[in-house]
Design a protein around this ligand. Structure first.
Ligand SMILES: C[S@@+](CC[C@H](N)C(=O)[O-])C[C@H]1O[C@@H](n2cnc3c(N)ncnc32)[C@H](O)[C@@H]1O
Length: 212
């Protein structure tokens, strides 16, 4: 399956705008619930925890945190996804949340003038070509006492996206640990975080937690 690639932005865009309206299905809700439970179990956020979710899509993971986090900033490069999140902010499904089009993979992106206790990114980084730039910006956005939580695909053979995909075919856990450490993160802990079923099989996910 071929996809569009916006080479000018260095970001692979598999038409997330078109998928936004039908994104929230039972499988994705269940994945978001498992991810949120796993992060809560490790990081123990509370109502004061300032959350930045990057590539938040329709905001399913932040929704699944419910009242267990504080104010949230939700970024996504897809206008369609942001539109769904904006609706959820208005009708209260996303409480105390703001939505932004911030794309940290754009070299001259202007970072927000605020800091966060928790940065979460789920199934996003395999789409990001300049990984070191985005990881180092996560570090900039975190308070020194904060946590970065990455959920993504374990290394796979390319069948998750199929032909034409120019992002990462998942991640080798130890290689990701090295990249996190090379941009300054420490205490990197990587554990299993369920599976995602797709047209071409079932793919395992990891949760990486790191300190800035
Ligand atoms: C596979 S979806 C995951 C959405 C959500 N995290 C979830 O788990 O349901 C990837 C999301 O990342 C967003 N995305 C991809 N590249 C991005 C970038 N460079 N900056 C911000 N968002 C990006 C896409 O628009 C899409 O909403």
């Amino acid at each position: 399956m071929a996809h569009d690639h916006d080479a000018t932005a260095d970001v692979y865009n598999p038409n997330f705008d078109d998928k936004a309206a039908s994104w929230d299905d039972p499988a994705k809700r269940e994945r978001a619930r498992l991810v949120a439970e796993s992060i809560v179990g490790i990081v123990s956020p509370d109502r004061t925890t300032r959350l930045f979710e990057y590539g938040a899509g329709t905001g399913l993971v932040t929704e699944a945190f419910g009242g267990r986090v504080g104010p949230a900033l939700l970024a996504d490069s897809s206008a369609g996804m942001r539109e769904v999140m904006a609706t959820k902010v208005l009708d209260g499904r996303l409480r105390d949340a703001r939505v932004t089009d911030l794309d940290l993979s754009v070299p001259d992106a202007v970072l927000p003038d605020e800091r966060f206790d928790l940065v979460v990114t789920v199934m996003v980084l395999h789409h990001v070509l300049d990984l070191d730039l985005v990881l180092s910006r996560f570090r900039t956005l975190l308070e020194p006492t904060g946590h970065l939580c990455i959920v993504d695909l374990d290394a796979e053979d390319g069948s998750f996206h199929g032909d034409g995909f120019v992002g990462h075919h998942g991640f080798e856990r130890e290689a990701l640990r090295s990249r996190l450490e090379s941009v300054g993160f420490s205490d990197v802990d990587i554990t299993d975080c369920g599976h995602v079923s797709h047209d071409d099989g079932t793919f395992s996910l990891f949760l990486a937690v790191a300190r800035p």
